[in-house]
Write a protein that binds this ligand. Structure first.
Ligand code: PLP
Length: 303
């Protein structure tokens, strides 16, 4: 049932400026809609859902969630009904204004909007019972998609060919993707994670998924928090696309590459270092972000 996809490495033009080489692993090219880490996180979960004879997938997310869009697309492609529990009751009348939610609905996802306080309690057994009564025998995927099977899938991002890199760098949200990478890198390699949100809690989260310690979080490139951006970041994303042809999203991969380029410029990496950045996708989020930027009269991300 499951596609096995291989992603190409593409070298980035300006990577040789400081005598370091920067490569990007184009996981975003794995699939048009189940792209990047989403495919990796889903692969073994979909196999488990089929084995457990579940006919539907239920998950949770915010208004512009990459995870919601990917689950909706995966359900359509692999024959599952999908249910999205969406944070924010007010969104119920705004589906057509929201590219992520309208895409999910077009893929057949049933959307249930809940208040922010109900959403906070989404892991309470009582809330789960309410959902089971309403939607039946579903396979539950957590917000952001991180669980043990997701990490197993993310352990397939790196291949033998990637052993020559000194650093493997990735954006961090829930910590699942970086945990899979940490579990697979060789002792001579180091994983650098760039959190897309504020807060130090991620270290503990990652430690719960991996026993290894050749990794570090770089905390300086969240741009104020999850979903927060500024014109420097937009300018960078647009320039990067113009120079390399590689699109970046504003929530995750834009911040990762901005951070990496900044670190390279300030001689963080020693001469001769080979760096591999993982492009985890998220490009569906550009349209939603551009709508917000347009409303504020700010420059937009060129698609
Ligand atoms: C495009 C993209 N990159 C990176 C991440 C971070 O991944 P993780 O939540 O596994 O840390 C996410 C969130 O899942 C994402 O959507």
């Amino acid at each position: 049932m499951i596609i096995d996809l291989e992603s190409p490495n593409e070298i980035v033009k300006f990577s040789s400026i400081k005598n370091v080489e920067l490569f990007i692993k184009r996981e975003d090219k794995l699939h048009p809609h189940i792209s990047g880490n989403k495919y990796r996180k889903l692969k073994y979960n979909l196999i488990a859902a089929k084995e457990q004879k579940r006919d539907s997938l239920l998950t949770f997310g915010g208004a512009y969630s990459n995870h919601i869009a990917a689950i909706a697309a995966a359900g359509m492609e692999f024959g599952f009904k999908t249910i999205g529990i969406i944070r924010g009751e007010e969104l119920i009348n705004k589906i057509s204004d929201n590219p992520t939610l309208s895409f999910a609905q077009q893929c057949g996802m049933q959307l249930k909007f809940v208040s922010r306080s109900a959403y906070r309690d989404k892991n309470d057994p009582s809330f789960l019972t309410v959902l089971e009564n309403e939607f039946g025998n579903f396979y539950k995927l957590p917000e952001g998609g991180t669980n043990d099977l997701a990490i197993k899938g993310c352990e397939e991002i790196l291949t033998e060919k990637d052993n020559s890199f000194d650093f493997v760098c990735v954006s961090v949200g829930t910590g699942g993707t970086i945990s899979g990478l940490i579990n697979t890198v060789r002792p001579h390699q180091k994983v650098l994670g760039f959190p897309a949100l504020k807060g130090d809690f991620l270290r503990e989260e990652i430690r719960s998924f991996t026993a290894k310690d050749n990794w570090q979080l770089i905390l300086d490139y969240h741009f104020g928090g999850y979903g927060k951006i500024n014109t420097d970041l937009i300018t960078f994303i647009n320039q990067f696309k113009e120079e390399t042809g590689i699109p970046l999203d504003p929530i995750y991969t834009g911040k990762l590459l901005f951070g990496l380029v900044d670190l390279i410029s300030s001689n963080y990496f020693k001469k001769g270092s080979k760096i591999l950045a993982i492009h985890t996708g998220g490009l569906q989020g550009i349209r939603g972000m551009n709508m917000k930027l347009q409303q504020k009269g700010l420059p937009i991300i060129i698609e």
